[in-house]
Design a protein around this ligand. Structure first.
Ligand code: ZN
Length: 189
């Protein structure tokens, strides 16, 4: 396995709509290795999600996995490791919820983003079957953040109040103390 370079904002691949993955590609050695490397890369940077365009592969593939002992996201619920291929999203609850998001492609910054609180995702598995999951709360935000990458969107596109875009240090010093007042104050990558 290898830790891959993560593209940063400004790279055009991050702004492309990713291509659908053909069924015959799923079992190829190359594709399996790509997924292994993505998990390795996500672990190296202590991320909880990673989309293929972030490592320069413009394909409809993202991984999500929140580990149990995760000091960076102590309030985040543990999830299994998901491999999401060719996803289709349906919003089940349009009520918005806000979290502080970060992104490995936008290092050093975080911003407050509001997104629908519950959604359904149909996606292709590595075995080629279709799986349906329903996610809500913080996990719903993590999925929407990652699947946005497949549409060429970044979280900063969704910030309504740009006063809530900050460097990590300033976030810790000035914005983070509100955490007690606002239970939605969490961060993701
Ligand atoms: Zn991201």
């Amino acid at each position: 396995m290898a830790t891959l370079k993560v593209l940063r904002m400004g790279h055009p691949i991050l702004r492309e709509k990713a291509k659908l993955i053909a069924p015959e590609e799923l079992q190829s050695t190359e594709f399996q290795k790509l997924i292994e490397d993505m998990f390795e890369t996500m672990a190296t940077y202590e991320g909880i999600g990673l989309a293929a365009p972030q490592i320069g592969v413009s394909k409809q593939l993202a991984i999500v996995g929140i580990p149990e002992d995760n000091p960076r996201y102590p309030d985040a619920p543990e999830t299994k490791q998901y491999i999401i291929i060719n996803p289709k999203i349906k919003i089940l609850d349009t009520k918005l919820q806000g979290f502080w998001e970060g992104c490995l492609s936008i290092p050093g910054l975080r911003g407050f983003v509001e997104r629908p609180r519950k959604l359904q995702i149909d996606y292709t598995t590595l075995e080629g079957t279709i799986e349906r999951i329903v996610v809500e709360g913080f996990v719903a935000t993590v999925f929407q953040h990652e699947l946005d990458h497949l549409e060429g969107k970044l979280y900063i596109d969704r910030i309504k109040d740009t006063r809530k875009l900050a460097f990590n240090e300033e976030y810790d010093n000035f914005l983070c103390p509100d955490r007690d007042k606002d239970k939605n104050d969490k961060e993701i990558e």
